[in-house]
Design a protein around this ligand. Structure first.
Ligand code: F6R
Length: 614
């Protein structure tokens, strides 16, 4: 949801900024822009549409050489995706250029104030207000960092701001509240960006920025303060992945690459979870065992795919811990006055760690006295920083807008959490936990087996590319898998798709089934799951109405054969672990059908990764 970058150092700023924007384009791709300060003073270029349009503009109208600059790739909120609304925005005097991620909620009042002073506006954005305010301060003689602090104290809402001043060379100032910002520390050069992928090519040394902080960077270092100017402690860290993780590595799409990274991503998430005493450990736990023992309810809060991972996890967590577990969409959570007490354990799931709805749920839960455990993929991001405990999924950067390895690793991490709670509360014996862990640890190899069988799925996508509507059915943990399969198809193939509990279909949705409607059905393990036969009946119900049935069933399940038009085989796994396998053909199918339709799989229309506005 907007990617922003700033650079100061000896390299050509334009190249660093544009390369950084390319790596962050998944965050927003409605428009892009750059501003640099060089021998010819401040120069800016901006263009509606994808970054490629800006690059064409830069070829037509090159920028002069410069050693510091800022850039932005936008997901529009205030004002349509036009050249004029693209960032950077300049102050009236033309001294200050500023880029922004987030929403400035009180921008209308601030704009009216500036207009009363005679300031004219060139865009419909909330951002331009911040550019004008910072400009007004520096025009009045303020230091750029002081100007930023003064302005930030007046802003309401969510913002990461990065600004430069043509008259204060080799210096960039950035600020954050409720939106991501990370500092990259190079040798004789510094970066600020929405995420580390923007500068990973140059440095793996990063600094987390806290809430309501301003960072002032120059080629030799950085200084972090709060909005009042008091020094703030900074938290440096080393990024444990490199440039290759942020590149496609020969795949046509990041999404396809990330699908194929799942064996490793799940293995890395599970790695080293048993301590020498064979006890499960999480990453950072600031919750006492007494508190975990007295937890009387678990509420999982998340959005989109992460929400579906939570729906899968509910079955396992309740089964292993016997604690009631609810799963709630984050954007609904705090607005319905949920019953949260100090004995509630809230579990948030977020790949990015920056999703605004989930972050607000964390804050609401903590205000009610609940403890919050974050399951997150992004080291040092806001949600884990504000939580009481963290369990990181070690999936590496997820760049495709449609989440894939995010989902599988979230399910794996939730299972670790469930087993950890079972261990602490004694609802499972140690050997039972070890048995489940052993099966979990066998999953990466089975995930690889599913991937090795992708040809059948690719052929199916070619066959079904003309479908107008696709249904997905599952029961128990297969139901959230069905939801996830449908979401993938909607978001990248723009196809009407719905996921249903297979048993619910006859209560209404079966009316959607027409002659030839493709219906994917996830079949539970045969002989080990009471629902197996019921799902077979559900397949027959849709087939009798003309559906083309695509059945995901485990190896050796011959009972499904008479009712399946197509069978996608899965390696054997227990019911609770089957989602780690059954989801994969649905990801591959969506990726392929979108590719065949000619869509940009990594940058689907209207979407952006990391939704940092509510
Ligand atoms: C779907 C997808 C989104 C995210 C959702 C939550 O493919 O990517 O539905 O899952 O926006 O994002 P995170 O996990 O970053 O909080």
């Amino acid at each position: 949801m907007c990617g922003i970058i700033g650079y100061v150092g000896p390299r050509e700023a334009q190249k660093v900024v544009i390369d950084g924007l390319r790596r962050m384009e998944y965050r927003g791709y409605d428009s892009a822009g750059i501003a640099v300060v060089g021998e010819q003073g401040l120069q800016a270029r901006k263009k509606a549409g994808k970054l490629a349009n800006l690059e064409t503009e830069l070829t037509a109208q090159p920028l002069a050489s410069a050693s510091f600059g800022i850039g932005h790739t936008r997901w529009a909120t205030h004002g349509g995706p036009t050249d004029g609304n693209a960032h950077p925005h300049l102050s009236a005097s033309g001294r200050v250029a500023l880029v922004h991620n987030g929403i400035i909620e009180n921008f209308a009042a601030l704009r009216a104030e500036l207009e009363d002073e005679g300031v004219g506006f060139d865009s419909e954005t909330d951002t331009e207000v911040a550019a004008q305010l910072v400009g007004r301060e520096v025009d009045g003689g303020a230091d750029l960092a002081d100007a930023m602090r003064t302005v930030c104290k007046r802003l309401e809402g969510a913002f990461t701001l990065v600004a430069l001043d043509a008259e204060q060379p080799d210096r960039i100032v950035a600020a954050r509240r409720n939106s991501p910002l990370v500092v990259g520390v190079g040798e004789g050069e510094m970066f600020v960006a929405s995420d580390v992928s923007a500068f990973i090519e140059y440095t793996r040394e990063a600094v987390e920025m806290g809430q309501d902080e301003v960072v002032d960077v120059n080629p030799d270092g950085y200084a972090v303060t709060d909005f009042d100017g008091a020094p703030a402690p900074s938290k440096p860290y080393h990024v444990d992945w490199d440039l290759s993780a942020a590149e496609k590595g020969g795949y046509d799409w990041f999404m396809r690459k990330e699908i194929f990274e799942q064996p490793k991503a799940v293995a890395d998430t599970l790695l080293g979870r048993f301590d020498p005493n064979h006890q499960l450990t999480l990453d950072e736990v600031r919750i006492s065992e007494v508190e975990l023992k007295t937890t009387d309810k678990i509420v999982i809060v998340a959005c989109g795919t992460a929400f579906y991972a939570g729906l899968v996890a509910k079955y396992a967590i309740e089964h292993w811990t016997r604690i009631p577990c609810e799963v709630e969409i984050a954007s609904e959570f705090r607005y319905r006055d949920p019953i949260i007490t100090p004995r509630t354990l809230v579990v948030t799931i977020s790949q990015s760690g920056e999703t605004a709805d989930t972050l607000m749920a964390v804050r609401h839960a903590r205000q009610q006295g609940a403890k919050v455990v974050a399951i997150c993929n992004t080291n040092g991001s806001t949600i884990p920083r504000e939580s009481d405990a963290v369990l990181y999924t070690h999936a590496g950067p997820e760049i495709g807008v449609a989440s894939t390895k995010g989902f599988l690793t979230q399910v794996a991490a939730c299972y670790l959490l469930g087993l950890y709670l079972a261990q602490v509360r004694g609802t499972k014996f140690g050997d039972e936990i070890a048995t489940v862990m052993a099966e979990l640890e066998s999953m990466p190899a089975k995930i690889q087996e599913v991937l090795d069988r992708q040809d059948r799925v690719l052929a199916l996508a070619a066959e079904l590319r003309g479908a107008r509507s696709v249904l997905f059915l599952g029961r128990h943990v297969g139901y959230p898998v069905a939801l996830e399969g449908a979401l993938k198809l909607k978001e990248i193939a723009y196809l009407h798709a719905e996921g249903f509990p297979a048993g619910e279909l006859k209560h209404g949705p079966i009316a959607l089934v027409e002659d030839g409607t493709p219906v994917f059905v996830i079949v539970p393990p045969q002989g080990r799951d009471q629902l197996h036969d019921k799902v077979i009946s559900n397949i027959q119900e849709v087939r009798a109405r003309g559906a083309r049935t695509i059945v995901l069933a485990e190896d050796g399940d011959v009972e499904v054969e008479p009712y399946a038009d197509v069978i996608l085989r899965l390696p054997r796994a227990s019911t609770l672990l089957q989602p780690l396998l059954a989801t994969i053909p649905l990801q591959v199918f969506a990726c392929e059908i979108a590719t065949l339709a000619g869509h940009d799989v990594d940058q689907p229309r209207n979407l952006a990764k990391s939704v940092t506005v509510e």
